[in-house]
Write a protein that binds this ligand. Structure first.
Ligand code: KE4
Length: 430
């Protein structure tokens, strides 16, 4: 497999784009090879600019749950584009989109559209601070909520991958208002509320951690957070940018039956176009301008093309739970196949999966249910498996600390190819 055109393109890109990419994890830095430049995608497959074909398990980091270039989504975008691309004025499809989200996400009575997951989480904590009149927030080490200043403290995703969990440029005054607890450790949360009595506006959490690799919530973790925040008069924010519409039609809050005060959304909601959103009870959301004093705005928020793509996707997902049953069955097959490969070859591996979100941690610890346990992973081993899999036509996240996503477009044959490529890659570790 030759990828010389991608390497040449990367060289060119680095002359005019910092690091040659518009988002750090795309640079393949932690897997030690040049990134592939993609020319097109359809269904579960993508092609790079050297015409190599791969089965895609990155799914654009989550949005492509129905596969790439879905015919209905493309049709919707084209139809919308013919009428113009942006008006900066209210449109009927924004109301329709909001009604769709309200009908699917149990805790949301009102929702505001923005343009990315980062914008959604930044706005959600501002709203929580405005609603409670408090200034501090609690996040969890290893969780990633986008690149807003308040979140780049012990952050996950690319920040871990590149070893930059606390970014320069975040002022000490901002950092002092972000308290960090440990995922799956309710005591660490209670301790912070004790120390900072009456000062904490919100706890923001990925209901299933996806940015330190997949870490499921322990049995009472989410319910425990709900209880502590209620008792302390703080808001609970579920960052469902990954889990929203992925774990079920109502996301993680429906899957685990725990209701947050504010939910942030992204990825799937845009059908591959730039969309984020945040929503919650009307009494909270009505604090937002122009109704209330909490300001948030966006030139392209609710963009008609993005709404058309996202609404089409949500309507398909909302048609039947059979899609989620199918995703579950395929993902369970992947989990079983990877586990049996590792057992046969005696390679220490911990596989975490919730629905169609999977991570294989290259570590010999018994379980990975915390940030510290995730950090015992051997990123070099992951890199070797990543590159060997790529050579066998499997495109996975170029980082140990991300998710492998199963989409509705994946076929049994795709899954079998993943499992056999993984076996070859593990054999290469021997
Ligand atoms: P965006 O601003 O990238 O749309 O969303 C930020 C965000 C917020 N919350 C969660 C739980 C997220 O996972 C993300 C973004 N996820 C990463 C990958 N895990 C995006 C990939 C990238 O940074 O290029």
């Amino acid at each position: 497999m030759q990828t010389s055109n991608s390497s040449k393109a990367f060289k060119e890109a680095k002359k005019v784009i910092p690091g040659g990419v518009n988002s750090p994890v795309r640079a393949f830095k932690s897997v030690g090879c040049d990134p592939l430049f993609i020319q097109r995608a359809k269904g579960s497959h993508i092609w790079d600019i050297d015409d190599n074909e791969y089965i895609d398990f990155v799914s654009s980091w989550g949005p492509m749950i129905l596969g790439h270039a879905h015919d209905d989504v493309l049709r919707a975008i084209n139809r919308a584009a013919e009428k113009g691309t942006s008006y900066g004025a209210p449109t009927l499809i924004e109301t329709e989109m909001a009604q769709q989200i309200v009908s699917m996400v149990p805790s949301i009575e009102k929702v505001r559209m923005v343009n990315s997951g980062t914008e959604a989480t930044m706005s959600a904590i501002r709203l929580a601070r405005g609603f409670t009149g408090r200034e501090k927030i609690i996040k969890f080490a290893g969780c990633y909520h986008g690149h807003g200043d308040s979140f780049l403290i012990k952050a996950g995703s690319g920040a871990i991958t590149l070893g930059l969990p606390d970014s320069p440029g975040v002022t000490k005054y901002t950092a002092k208002d972000t308290l960090t607890a440990n995922y799956n450790d309710l005591d660490s949360v209670e301790e912070l509320f004790k120390q900072q009595k009456g000062q904490i506006a919100a706890v923001i959490v990925e209901p299933v951690a996806g940015n330190m690799g997949v870490i499921p919530p322990n049995k009472n973790f989410l319910k425990g957070l709900r209880g502590i925040t209620k008792q302390e008069g703080a808001l609970l924010i579920f960052d469902e940018v990954i889990t929203g519409f992925r774990l079920s039609q109502g996301g993680a809050q429906q899957y685990f039956n725990v209701m947050p005060d504010i939910t942030t959304l992204g990825k799937i909601i845009g059908g591959g176009l730039p969309v984020g959103a945040y929503g919650g009870r009307a009494e909270i959301m009505d604090l937002l301008a122009p109704n209330g004093p909490v300001y948030q705005a966006g030139t392209l928020s609710g963009n008609p093309l993005a709404m058309s793509a996202g609404l089409t996707m949500l309507k398909i997902l909302n048609q039947s739970t059979a899609i989620y049953d199918e995703l579950e069955a395929m993902a369970a097959k992947v989990e079983a196949g990877l586990k049996s490969n590792a057992a046969d070859l005696n390679i220490p591996l911990v596989i975490n999966r919730v629905g169609s979100m999977i991570t294989a941690f290259f570590t010999s610890v018994e379980k990975v249910s915390s940030f510290d346990e995730a950090m015992t992973s051997d990123a070099k081993r992951y890199a070797k498996v990543f590159k060997a899999s790529l050579k066998n036509g499997i495109y996975m996240a170029p980082s140990q600390f991300e998710c492998l996503f199963i989409s509705y477009a994946h076929t049994t044959d795709d899954i079998e190819q993943l499992i056999s490529a993984n076996r070859l890659a593990l054999e290469g570790l021997k």
